[in-house]
Write a protein that binds this ligand. Structure first.
Ligand code: ADP
Ligand code: ZN
Length: 220
């Protein structure tokens, strides 16, 4: 698909989807192919996710394969480390970066770079994650990947956060670093979020879920 854009200068590709859907595998596949094509490639990865690789200097997939990457935790850091000669810029775990990544990705594409971004599109509540909505809109090419629901075997589109084996509450923070939580890939029907505690107020989102339906509380 991206071959279509090779005549047009730069462009943005987004690989979106749930955890375990193969985003990192797909990003690594595209990066390796760009290297085979003798392109100058730079890979970045959010600091926040070092769970599946040999540390923060590598992009790793759940199958254990890795490639080298610069660790970053802000769009400014990405901007300051861009190699002016790089033709392809890839960023994994882009959902953790700030909104400035949208302007930076657009700027790089406008300067003729191929920008490959991989990120989780929805948080554990099933709501849009960080800069992903804007990135999906400005990208020329979007691929949405699915994992397999661990409960029913259907295509999974949701990240199930479990704390002590139970669905996490709606008002728990979007990003829990170093927490005791676990994640599973689940389909919409099997996804569960415990109801918001009205006495608690989240700082990053309105306290009430923006839904006309009651939040599901069942854990299958
Ligand atoms: P992502 O970057 O989207 O989290 P990865 O590329 O790191 O995904 O890992 C994808 C790999 O995870 C799959 O190829 C498969 O081997 C493994 N995997 C583990 N659990 C699941 C699941 N529930 N559904 C699909 N793949 C899974
Ligand atoms: Zn399911």
């Amino acid at each position: 698909m991206s071959a279509v854009f090779q005549l047009t200068g730069g462009w943005i590709e987004v690989i979106a989807g749930v955890m375990f859907s193969g985003k990192s595998e797909e990003l690594m596949r595209r990066v390796r192919r760009a290297m085979i094509a003798k392109k100058r490639v730079q890979v970045f990865k959010s600091h926040l996710d070092d769970r599946y690789s040999g540390g923060v200097y590598a992009v790793g997939s759940h199958d254990g394969r890795t490639i080298e990457a610069f660790p970053v935790d802000s769009s400014t850091q990405v901007a300051s480390r861009i190699d002016p000669l790089a033709q392809v810029i890839a960023i994994d775990e882009v959902q953790f970066l700030d909104a400035g990544i949208v302007a930076l990705a657009n700027d790089l594409a406008a300067r003729g770079r191929r920008v490959i971004l991989a990120g989780i599109d929805t948080d554990f509540r099933g709501e849009p994650f960080g800069p992903m909505p804007q990135l999906l809109c400005v990208a020329e090419v979007v691929d949405k990947l699915h994992a397999i629901c661990v409960l029913c075997g259907s295509p999974a589109s949701r990240n199930q956060r479990l704390i002590d084996g139970k669905p996490a509450a709606y008002d728990s923070p979007t990003v829990m670093v170093g927490g005791a939580e676990a994640y599973e890939a689940r389909c919409r029907a099997c996804h569960a979020v415990a109801k918001a505690d009205p006495a608690q107020l989240r700082l990053d989102q309105p306290a009430e879920p923006q839904s006309y339906f009651e939040i599901k509380t069942s854990s299958k």
